[in-house]
Design a protein around this ligand. Structure first.
Ligand SMILES: [Zn+2]
Length: 241
């Protein structure tokens, strides 16, 4: 895996950086590393090697959402790191356990993308407002119903999962980028993703780190442009709703 370090706390790990980039992240904390997402199946050895190169143990595995390219190596990593906490957004934990039903209060839009069942069970269910070490858990539904992002409260790096993509040009989830259409094709409810994009922008991130594509420093102006594009596409999405 390609490792891209940013500042003192963050390392981006990328499978297939040229062809089909899939990112996960190692965040350094006082007691070790937090792994955000696990990339595709087969990534565990490379993730463990990247952590070893950073010289710290992985003490937590946290997920943004339960799509196959974010949970693919979860079971293998849990087997290798049985003492690491497993932190899963509560709404996404149901998908991870094989229950793909939608709640009555949710949009009944079709779930898209790949949803594998994992045998690993969360040690803690995450809700927006929770803390994961130095990271704050932020609601970011739309790409999937229970998607969350993580804001590093030390340097305002935002690990946004698939709420945005940067590969093919910065875009809000659901806006199709022809050279990398897969995140849009896997998005559940774009108007909800647009509302989440506005909420994430309001956090004033200093770095945007996404599931697919390179790191984007000082992303606020680019996020504004991407949100404007999505706002013209889904004008019915209430501002900030
Ligand atoms: Zn996804």
């Amino acid at each position: 895996m390609k490792t891209t370090r940013h500042g003192d706390h963050l390392a981006q790990l990328t499978r297939f950086p040229r062809l089909f980039p899939v990112n996960c992240y190692l965040v350094r904390d006082d007691d070790g590393l937090t792994l955000i997402d696990t990339a595709i199946a087969g990534s565990a050895p490379a993730i463990l090697a990247a952590a070893a190169a950073l010289g710290a143990p992985i003490v937590r595995i946290a997920l943004t959402h339960a799509h196959v390219d974010h949970v693919g190596a979860l079971d293998a990593l849990h087997a290798a790191l049985p003492d690491a906490e497993v932190l899963v957004p509560a709404r996404e934990a149901r998908f991870l356990a094989g229950d793909l039903s939608l709640d009555p209060a949710e949009s009944q839009a079709k779930l898209r993308g790949g949803w594998p069942t994992c045998t690993t069970r969360p040690t803690r269910l995450l809700a927006p407002g929770d803390r994961v070490g130095a990271l704050a858990v932020v609601a970011a539904p739309g790409h999937t119903p229970g998607h969350v992002a993580f804001l590093d409260t030390r340097d305002r790096a935002l690990i946004a999962g698939d709420a945005f993509q940067t590969r093919g040009g910065l875009a809000v989830a659901g806006i199709l980028r022809p050279t990398f259409p897969f995140p849009a094709l896997a998005t559940w409810h774009p108007p909800t993703a647009l509302a989440s994009a506005r909420a994430l922008r309001a956090l004033r991130p200093r770095l945007l780190a996404v599931g697919h594509g390179t790191l984007l420093p000082d992303p606020k102006a680019a996020m504004d442009r991407a949100i404007a594009v999505a706002g013209r596409r889904w004008p019915e999405a209430a501002y900030g709703a």
